[in-house]
Ligand binder design. Structure first.
Ligand code: SF4
Length: 884
């Protein structure tokens, strides 16, 4: 009998409910859970493709020590011995854990307990530091606790939604879909997008403010100063529930209007329009994400936003409030257990002696960390300079994702003892581990995650753990026991969740926001059946509202919120040598370092190689045309990526996605270019304002290849590999031509040495095509040209699955052109139904002038909806071209 399991998507902080169905033959399919309050049945393209990412290809199935297979006992004994040895010789601060917002809350809880309560150091930090630690710091300064006041429903109830530093359409697609649907149903609702780029999110915006990088503090300070002169200030709220308005107002008022225009890069009418909208609209939600957080002034940005909501009393009521959108599936769960180096468990403060004493008594632990530990950037600096002797990395890939990633890689390589717990054997970080521990992954894991609106949901297993893979919490508890610590005898994740709930309510009495005491006595069956719920849920029943602060009740000692004077940051880091501002971020269909989404051919078809968005005039200035290769360089390193010339990009800025790494591209780890500059309060790296230079990459030969086998890293100056139906697709470029291309193919695509290709060469144009067959099956084909290769990619990929018994078909392939019966669909826009741009253009030319009509004709955009903004853009582009 097929089984259906309710679980939660493992990607972004929206936290969508998923129903996973396993057929009798083991096939898995997924659909959105119609009852889950985060998504009500919707999924984005990434969530829809989850079933394509759970194969065992590349999985780490057994513990390894120095590259050889080992048993769990041997591996765990070694980890415990080396960590205990380092602590005995050099003290507790000589060891560190670097963990992840991908961990489940139960994993996170045990890691934090082991490090802070038993080892006695706070050297546990997480990749969430790179994601939302500025929001945490801003919340704690303003509210006295790390509280997200609102809910997703507030975005639908608001009359004005401000999205600042958030490409919601691509990074939180289901929230975007909810917002777009609410705006369609209530066209009076206004949306303002504040972003240097005109992203897909801007397509539903009534106002797009193309702000200068890091101009946000100035903008929201300007807004506060404007509001103070209006009638929008809620004097009663400010007086009763806040402190520090005068100081914040004074700081906000220092900038003249012309200076504000200069700092933000916005025109007077744009600023007045924005200020007027905020002033006049009672129901305002301001959402912010990495564009706010990943900044040297990230915490001040958060507080500048919160200041405006506090001043108008627009917080904690339906349709109102500041709203931090978390990037990762369990960034919030990590915050709840104190997974950051400067936090204690259950939203208690490591700086507070009473809190430390309370947690230590609850854990009955021999010690408790007495001060904050090393934040991510400082932690890897300490690894580099030898202060950290033993490092345990769990469920994350810092060699790709940390700023100054090259230095981080060198630090890890030089560390005396590195443990990596991961699902995969060959991540860029895993290859430097002394001990590799196989972890279970999505579909096998059992635990909880918390989404951006404080909703705790279960991740339930529906697949058996492969090989020897085990849960991260189990690995940690086993090491703790081997180090001689008691308090880690958990039989199941429900034991851990119950303890977490009991700590949340221990000596709480409403003094702390995070309280899930209602689940303190949870047993295995109740945990298994646990429905998604929002905290707080204290013992004895639900509170009347899950929103915070409508009537004050802040967590500073006097119960009042704090206005924080926010200081505008340096916005321009460029120089004559590095004249562009690099902005890094995400794309629609990839997740983090592609270790999972990179397995899906459908997802990889959307954008198959790393790229740099650059404004047409900047491109012209540096001599780069669309689809050329471009070298982007900072003082720390160089990346080679494809140029995407677009006026969606602001002049002077270059956007490069953060996903690509050494497994998928020759030189595209963009975080290797990002300096380790951090926010002074939160320690979050500034990944969106990096001074770089850019120039054309001089290639004498460009190539495109398809291969049934994954090629080894090609001998080429530029390559980017992506999964494709039936095999792989590879973009290539060479500074110098290769002498024997057939031999190059045989070695790169692991072909038999005596296999001869079918070939075509044009000496005049330099075009060369080679195809290798095994019977009627295509093994590999290489297309070369002096310019970027113009062959239709999706058509070429489809040849891997086609039959080539007919010689004419083989010649069609080396001719590099689809036959008239197989029109080229073009680059994929709709991943769910594999609909290409050419098919959408054809539908528009055939009279489909709305997204719905295009959907009816082609199916595009009718499933997850993540591509609807792109379809709208294609329609607009076609109609504008037709009108010219
Ligand atoms: Fe997953 Fe997409 Fe939902 Fe995010 S929006 S949780 S990636 S399905």
């Amino acid at each position: 009998m097929p089984t259906e399991t309710r679980t939660t998507c493992p990607y972004c902080g929206v936290g969508c409910g998923v129903i996973a169905r396993v057929e009798d033959d083991g096939r898995v399919s997924v659909k959105g859970d119609p009852e889950h309050p985060a998504n009500y049945g919707r999924l984005c393209s990434k969530g829809s493709a989850l079933a394509e990412t759970i194969d065992l290809d590349g999985r780490l199935l057994h513990p390894e020590i120095d590259g050889r297979r080992a048993g769990w006992d041997e591996a765990l004994d070694l980890v415990a011995t080396r960590f205990a040895g380092a602590i005995a010789e050099h003290g507790p601060d000589s060891v560190a854990f670097y963990v992840s917002g991908q961990l489940l809350t139960e994993d996170y809880y045990v890691a934090n307990k082991l490090m802070k309560g038993f080892i006695g150091s706070a050297n546990i930090d997480t990749n969430s530091r790179l994601c939302m630690s500025s929001s945490v710091a801003g919340h704690r300064r303003a509210f006295g606790a790390d509280t997200v006041p609102g809910t997703y429903e507030d975005l639908e109830l608001a009359d004005l939604v401000i999205l600042t530093g958030s490409n919601l359409a691509w990074c939180h697609p289901v929230i975007y879909q909810r917002l777009a649907a609410a705006k369609a149903a209530r066209p009076g609702m206004k949306v303002v997008v504040i972003d240097p780029r005109r992203t897909m999110t801007s397509d539903i915006a009534d106002l797009h403010l193309a702000i200068r990088p890091d101009g946000d503090v100035a903008l929201f300070n300007g807004l506060l100063a404007h509001l103070a002169k209006s009638t929008a200030i809620d004097e009663n709220y400010v007086t009763a529930h806040t402190a520090g308005f005068a100081e914040a107002f004074a700081a906000a008022s220092t900038m003249t209007f012309p200076a504000l225009m200069e700092r933000t890069g916005l025109g007077a009418s744009e600023l007045r329009q924005f200020f007027g909208l905020f002033e006049r609209t009672e129901k305002v939600v301001t959402c912010y994400s990495q564009g706010v957080n990943q900044s040297a002034s990230g915490t001040d940005k958060v507080n500048a936003i919160i200041n405006c909501h506090l001043a108008t009393g627009r917080i904690g009521r339906p349709g109102m409030g500041p709203f931090s959108l978390t990037g990762q599936p369990n960034a919030m769960g990590g915050r709840e257990v104190g997974g950051l180096a400067n936090m204690l468990a259950a939203h208690m403060a490591i700086e507070n002696a009473e809190d430390r004493d309370r947690v230590q008594r609850f854990w009955q632990s021999p010690t408790i960390a007495g001060r904050p530990g090393l934040k991510a950037v400082d932690m890897f600096q300490a690894v580099a300079d030898g202060r950290i002797k033993a490092l345990w990395i769990m469920a994350t890939n810092p060699v790709v994702s940390m700023p100054d990633a090259g230095a981080v890689e060198a630090a890890i390589r030089a560390c005396p003892f590195v443990v990596v717990s991961d699902m995969l054997a060959t991540t860029d970080s895993a290859r430097h581990a002394h001990v590799l521990l196989p972890s279970i992954g999505w579909g096998e894991k059992d635990g909880t995650v918390t989404n951006s609106e404080r909703r705790i949901s279960r991740q339930r297993p529906f697949l058996a753990a492969p090989g020897d893979a085990r849960a991260d919490w189990w690995q940690l508890a086993e090491v703790a026991r081997r180090m001689g610590y008691s308090g880690f005898d958990y039989a199941s994740p429900s034991d851990i969740f119950g303890e977490h709930a009991r700590l949340s309510t221990f000596e709480n009495d409403g003094s702390r926001d995070f309280d899930i005491g209602a689940h303190a006595a949870i047993g295995h069956a109740a945990y298994d059946a646990l429905a998604p719920f929002q905290w707080p849920q204290p013992e004895g029943g639900r509170p009347a509202t899950t929103r915070f602060f409508a009537k004050g009740g802040y967590y500073h000692a006097d119960g009042k919120a704090r206005f924080v004077p926010a200081v505008p940051a340096e916005t321009d880091r460029t120089s004559a040598a590095y004249p562009f501002t690099l902005n890094t971020g995400r794309i629609r269909d990839q997740w983090h370092t592609m270790t999972r989404t990179g397995k899906s051919a459908r997802l990889s078809a959307h954008i198959a190689e790393p790229f740099a968005e650059i404004h047409p005039r900047d491109a012209m200035d540096i001599g780069v045309a669309n689809a050329d290769l471009v070298e982007v360089e900072s003082p720390l390193g160089t990346a080679i990526v494809r140029a995407l010339v677009t006026d969606r990009q602001a002049r002077g800025s270059i956007f490069v996605p953060m996903h690509w790494n050494d497994q998928f591209a020759a030189k595209a780890r963009i975080d290797a270019l990002v300096p380790p500059v951090t926010d002074r309060v939160s320690g979050q790296p500034a990944s969106k304002n990096v001074a770089v230079t850019a120039r054309p990459f001089a290639a004498s030969t460009y190539g495109f290849a398809v291969s049934a086998q994954r090629p080894s890293a090609p001998e080429a100056d530029y390559w980017a590999i992506a999964r494709a139906d039936g095999g792989w697709r590879i973009e290539l470029a060479f500074g110098r031509a290769v002498e024997d291309w057939a031999a190059w193919c045989r070695s790169t695509f692991a072909l038999s040495p005596d296999l001869e290709p079918l070939g075509y060469a044009d000496r005049q144009t330099g075009d060369l095509r080679l195809a290798f067959f095994d019977g009627d099956r295509l093994l590999a084909a290489l297309f070369l040209a002096r310019e970027p290769v113009a062959v239709a990619r999706n058509w070429a990929v489809s040849q891997l699955s086609a039959e080539h018994g007919d010689l004419r078909k083989r010649f069609t392939l080396v001719a590099g052109r689809p036959g008239a019966d197989r029109p080229d669909p073009g680059a994929t826009v709709c991943s769910c139904f594999s609909v290409g741009v050419n098919q959408i253009v054809a539908a528009v030319r055939g009279g489909c002038h709305t997204v719905a009509d295009v959907g009816k004709q082609t199916n595009a955009g009718t499933n997850c909806g993540s591509c609807r903004a792109e379809i709208r853009g294609i329609i607009d582009g076609c109609l504008a071209a037709a009108a010219e």
